[in-house]
Design a protein around this ligand. Structure first.
Ligand code: WT7
Length: 654
């Protein structure tokens, strides 16, 4: 990170979209005035405001003695109260005025090979109770960590909810991670039990999950139990005395398991994020505050109604899946669609088939997926009616205005509001976002903070930035879903998030706020370059490149340069059918100069067949920086999705 931060932010977007009045009238937050009242309420007393949401959106066994105990950087929310997450996601939909939801679909699941299952809230109650009893029978006690390494099948949600039912702490490892990553995480979490499956389906192939687990824990005798779900059906080696089958364990077991009355601050889960350096970070979330945050934000941002069919395409192994496939959605008694496999299996229309088949109403995905759909061509989407859709969302990275407009037109048919939601694994839930029906949107901006969230943009000295001046994004007041620590490493927690500015949460993102108060997130500040004394956001240059009709995807990195300090290198992949002409490189350089300004003009354009990405679809700029500088890659590449892409980039060097 350079020493001064006047991040120059030059992209200007003029298009605006007002909420449709008919839409607003029906919304859970019906229009601007209601929104204004909520903002005022939160500003007046943010603790009382969150306490109101905690009462309205979460059921408690006993009340709190104190709303917030804040000893920076350690927060406790709803101190002394007791609740249970599985109770909130299941049981309360079987009782009282909501008892009719017993036979409402909680999970609509589709496997990649085309198999389908629907689990009602009643089914979920039985399955979760049964598996909670299985966990207990296998020695799992309150506070124990349970590692889940599973495909995207209903049993993953069942296992999560079963853990929460008895107060065990789950740590989900995304099914794309390798044996090494599993071993590090199992060890760091100190887990003695792993729940996995024989395999999962991905692009027609079996991902050998059980085999991976075997390799990972071969030298970890402390893992005494592995419960294996049969999913793909091939033979897998089972180690006697350690490995048992899910279907045998659950046979004849009682489905009745009382939800434990857990303290609001009882640990709920640990989720590892790889971070840019070596050791994985275990982000720790707890019970009452987290649930309040995800249930409340899901209700207002996704505008969940009794008859909605909501689909978030994220894997449950990411925070997005934890918060907005499972917990926030089921807590609202809403129906959550889950799909196991790849978007292009058996062809590029799979997602749209799913939307039409179940008549999905709310659809939440990532900008990288949207750009992929763009590359596959809008014909693929236009073939489908998609008439059930009423609201679209994105998360994961800044969305370039071209992709936003395409999403609105081709998927939303100019009819659906788009919520561009900014948050992080550390924040637990969404922090900056439009509220559909109340906030005017503009392509590329996550707009305003969710009421009750207080972000600020500061310069290096800790002073607030002027409108449109780029700086560091911080959150100035605690919020209920905030991480409670890095598991087992309070020192790293302080250093990483709380040392840059005293008692303020440092997000690690650069951003600017415009004169209207809208936030424009520029991505991780590690991705900001200092070019000839100007601080430029790689994301803005990428956005400019992608706005050129020939470019499908772009990644921009800096390369050490004797004269300018840093030279700008743009890696691009082209739209289908576009030829990699030599003149195109110059054309693209000029295009960026026109869109942003001459200082941002890339010094070099490299045309590549594909860009190296993590399994969550983020471009691995660290690797591209090495390629651009002609260095060997020394860092961790275990999260890379497709190794051949990196090899191809290197062999392309001249
Ligand atoms: C980083 C977190 C829930 C996040 C899942 C990925 C970037 C996320 C947006 C958005 C601009 C965004 C930020 C954030 N980000 N959403 N709507 N607009 N940037 O988790 O991989 O740890 O990434 O994603 O830079 O810090 P992650």
């Amino acid at each position: 990170m350079a020493d001064e931060i006047a991040i120059e932010s030059s992209l200007r977007e003029k298009r605006r979209f007002k909420p449709d009045p008919a839409w607003s009238r029906r919304a859970n937050l019906p229009g601007k005035a209601a929104y204004g009242r909520m903002v005022k309420e939160a500003e007046k007393n943010f603790q009382r405001y969150w306490a109101r949401h905690a009462r309205e959106n979460v059921s408690w066994f006993s009340p709190w003695k104190k709303i917030l105990d804040w000893k920076p950087p350690f927060a406790k929310w709803f101190v002394g109260a007791k609740t249970n997450v599985s109770y909130n996601c299941i049981d309360r939909h079987l009782e009282g005025p909501n008892a009719w939801r017993r036979n409402k679909a909680a999970i609509i699941w589709e496997g990649e090979p085309g198999d389908r299952r629907v689990l009602t809230f009643g089914d979920l109650h039985r399955e979760v109770g049964t598996f909670a009893n299985v966990l207990k029978a296998n020695g799992v006690k309150k506070g124990d960590r349970v590692v889940l390494y599973m495909p995207l099948v209903p049993e993953l949600a069942i296992a999560m909810l079963a853990c929460t039912r008895i107060g065990a702490v789950h740590s989900i490892i995304f099914g794309g991670f390798s044996a090494d990553s599993i071993r590090d995480r199992v060890q760091d979490a100190g887990a003695k039990i792993v729940v996995t499956a024989d395999g999962g389906w991905r692009r027609g192939q079996i991902v050998p999950l059980k085999k991976m687990v075997n390799d990972a824990i071969r030298k970890l005798p402390e893992v005494g139990r592995v419960i294996v779900l049969r999913r793909t059906g091939q033979d897998v080696p089972m180690r006697k005395g350690r490995d048992v089958w899910w279907h045998e364990q659950t046979e004849g077991v009682s489905p009745e398991c009382k939800p434990a009355k857990l303290d609001s601050e009882h640990p709920l889960f640990i989720l590892y994020t790889s971070g840019s350096t070596g050791k994985p970070k275990g982000i720790l979330h707890t019970t009452g505050g987290y649930l309040t945050h995800v249930a409340t934000t899901a209700r207002y941002i996704f505008d969940l109604k009794e008859d909605d069919t909501y689909w978030c395409t994220a894997d449950i192994g990411w925070i997005t899946g934890h918060s907005y496939v499972v917990y926030g959605i089921l807590a609202n008694g809403a129906t959550s669609v889950m799909y196991e496999g790849a978007p292009n299996w058996p062809d590029e229309e799979r997602f749209w088939q799913i939307v039409d088949r179940y008549r999905v109403t709310v659809f939440y995905t990532a900008p990288t997926a949207i750009r992929t759909f763009m590359r596959w061509g809008e014909k693929r989407v236009k073939k489908y009616s998609l008439s059930s859709l009423r609201l679209l969302g994105t998360v994961g990275e800044p969305i370039n205005p071209e992709a936003w407009m395409w999403y609105r037109r081709v998927v939303g048919r100019n009819r659906c509001p788009i919520v561009d939601t900014w948050w992080q694994p550390e924040t637990g839930g969404i922090l900056i976002t439009p509220l559909p029906g109340a906030v005017e949107t503009t392509p590329g901006s996550a707009t305003r903070p969710f009421p009750g969230i207080f972000p600020e943009i500061l310069n290096e000295q800790g002073e607030p930035c002027r409108p449109d001046e780029g700086g560091y994004l911080v959150i100035t007041k605690p919020w209920p879903g905030m991480l409670r620590g890095i598991y087992g490493d309070p020192k790293r927690f302080r250093e990483q998030y709380w040392s840059k500015y005293k008692d303020l949460y440092f997000t690690g993102d650069g951003a600017r706020r415009d004169a209207r108060g809208y936030f424009w997130i520029m991505g991780r500040v590690d991705d900001v370059m200092n070019v000839a004394g100007h601080r430029l956001s790689t994301m803005e240059i990428e956005s400019a490149l992608v706005s050129h009709r020939s470019v499908a995807e772009a990644a921009v990195v800096g390369r050490p340069d004797e004269i300018k300090g840093t030279a700008v290198v743009g890696f691009v992949s082209l739209e289908g059918g576009v030829e990699a002409r030599e003149e195109l490189r110059d054309e693209l350089r000029q295009h960026v100069a026109r869109e942003i300004g001459p200082v941002a003009r890339p010094d070099e354009i490299r045309i590549a067949a594909g860009l190296p990405k993590t399994r969550s679809g983020k471009i691995m700029r660290r690797l591209l920086r090495d390629v651009a500088a002609g260095r060997e890659t020394t860092g961790d590449t275990t999260t890379l999705e497709d190794f051949s892409v990196l090899a191809a980039l290197r062999s392309d060097e001249d």
